[in-house]
Write a protein that binds this ligand. Structure first.
Ligand SMILES: [Zn+2]
Length: 149
């Protein structure tokens, strides 16, 4: 397995080691180009990205984030990312890894119900798309001169 950019003694590596014991899980290079992507072997969508040694991003879905909002806020380790379907999880200790794996279970259930609908972009893909010419072309509408009588 190529785990690009994840240090051997990091929390992200510990999470990957535990994930490798899960059945039907596939761990590959992240589709966004940063770190490691995790999904089901039978499903090409990567619902978890480990972008760095101590930060994961999980496509938890807007519905699940809204439902779990108070519990997520209490953890102090989870934040919203990208367009609101993704959540970041900071990995500082074993408790955070437990939390990440619990949330991954929630995410897997959430995505099992949505068929093979493509995932929204993670924050890195979102930032890259925001810099595309198509997005930039829309910008001039803000620079239209005010009408002068
Ligand atoms: Zn990503």
């Amino acid at each position: 397995m190529s785990a690009s950019g994840i240090a051997p003694d990091s929390q992200a590596r510990r999470a990957l080691t535990r994930l490798a014991e899960w059945p039907a899980i596939q761990i590959v290079a992240a589709g966004c180009g940063s770190g490691v992507g995790v999904g089901l072997a039978a499903d090409p969508r990567q619902i978890l990205h480990l972008h760095s040694d101590r930060e994961a991003e999980l496509c938890l879905t807007r519905t699940a984030i809204d439902r779990l909002h108070d519990a997520l806020a209490e953890t102090g380790a989870v934040g919203e990312a990208a367009d609101g379907d993704w959540a970041t999880v900071l990995l500082d200790n074993d408790r955070d890894i437990d939390l990440l794996l619990s949330l991954l279970s929630v995410a897997l259930k959430a995505h099992a119900a949505d068929g093979d609908r493509p995932l929204p972009p993670c924050s890195i893909q979102f930032a890259a798309q925001s810099a595309t010419p198509a997005r930039r072309r829309r910008r001039p509408r803000f620079s239209v001169r005010p009408h002068r009588p």
